[in-house]
Design a protein around this ligand. Structure first.
Ligand code: SF4
Length: 233
C-alpha cells in the first residue's frame, strides 16, 4: 500500500545504517561487487557480530577498543600479528603505530596498497604494557582469528613474529627456525600457506633483519604471481 512505503523505507534505511556501522567496526573500506565477494564480507560480519562486546578473557578489562582487523575481505594475502599496541587500542585499527607504518611500507614495496590485503592480530584487545598475550588469552581469541581466515579464505597468510606463527602452525618452535619457509595452516577447514617472518617491531630494533624479511615477502609475491615492483629484480 502506498501509505506503508515511508515506513518500509525507514526500516530499510535503518537496516542499511546498521550494516554500515558494522562495516566501520570491521575497518572495511572496500565495497565489493560480485556475489562471491559479498559472501566473504557477510561471513566476516558474522564473525564480528559473534565477537560482540567480547568479555571472554581478561584483556577486555584494559582495552579502549576491540581491534578486529581491517582491509579487503577478498584479499589473497593476509597479515597476522600478535595484538594491538597503544595506538591501535586508541584507534581501533590494527598496525597503525610505528611498527604499523613499517608494515604499510612493506606492503607498498610489494606493489599493492594496504587496502588490498587484510590485517588482523591473534588477540583483539591490547595486553597491558604491551606484554605478550598469555596462553589463556590466545585460546579465548583464537576461534575469531580462524573465523576471519575462513571468511576471507586467503591464498597466503604472512605471520608476523612468534605468537602469530606459533598460533597458526600449532607449534612451540621458535620463529627463527620457521621463518622464510611455507608451512600449511593448521587447525582450519581452509587450506592455505603460512609464510612466517619477523614482526615489524623487531625490525625497528634490528634493521639488519630487513633484508631477510624482504626476501620472505618476495617469496609470497612469487607464490601469488604478483609482478616484482620495478627495480627489485
Ligand atoms: S582478546 Fe579476544 S577473547 Fe579476549 S576479550 Fe578481547 S576479543 Fe575477547
Amino acid at each position: 500500500m502506498l501509505t506503508d512505503k515511508p515506513a518500509e523505507l525507514k526500516t530499510l534505511a535503518g537496516a542499511i545504517a546498521s550494516r554500515m556501522r558494522l562495516y566501520q567496526m570491521l575497518g572495511v573500506d572496500f565495497f565489493p561487487g560480485s556475489p562471491a565477494s559479498v559472501s566473504a564480507l557477510d561471513a566476516l560480519l558474522c564473525v564480528r557480530d559473534t565477537l560482540g562486546d567480547c568479555r571472554r578473557c581478561k584483556l577486555c578489562t584494559g582495552r579502549t577498543n576491540i581491534v578486529f582487523g581491517s582491509g579487503n575481505p577478498n584479499a589473497t594475502l593476509m597479515f597476522v600479528g600478535e595484538g594491538p599496541g597503544e595506538e591501535e587500542d586508541h584507534q581501533g585499527l590494527p598496525f597503525v603505530g610505528r611498527a604499523g607504518q613499517l608494515l604499510t611500507k612493506m606492503i607498498v614495496a610489494m606493489g599493492v596498497a594496504r587496502e588490498d590485503v587484510y590485517i588482523a592480530n591473534v588477540v583483539k584487545c591490547r595486553p597491558p604494557n604491551n606484554r605478550p598475550p598469555q596462553p589463556d588469552e590466545i585460546a579465548a581469541c583464537r576461534p575469531f582469528l580462524y573465523g576471519q581466515i575462513e571468511a576471507i579464505r586467503p591464498t597466503v597468510i604472512c605471520t608476523l613474529g612468534t605468537f602469530a606463527t606459533q598460533t597458526l602452525l600449532q607449534t612451540q618452535q621458535v620463529i627463527s627456525s620457521l621463518r622464510g619457509i611455507f608451512h600449511p595452516l593448521r587447525g582450519s577447514r581452509h587450506a592455505c600457506d603460512i609464510l612466517p617472518t619477523y614482526h615489524p617491531a623487531y625490525l625497528l630494533r634490528n634493521p639488519n633483519a630487513k633484508t631477510q624479511v624482504w626476501g620472505d615477502l618476495q617469496k609470497i609475491m612469487l607464490r601469488l604471481q604478483w609482478p616484482s615492483p620495478r627495480g627489485t629484480t
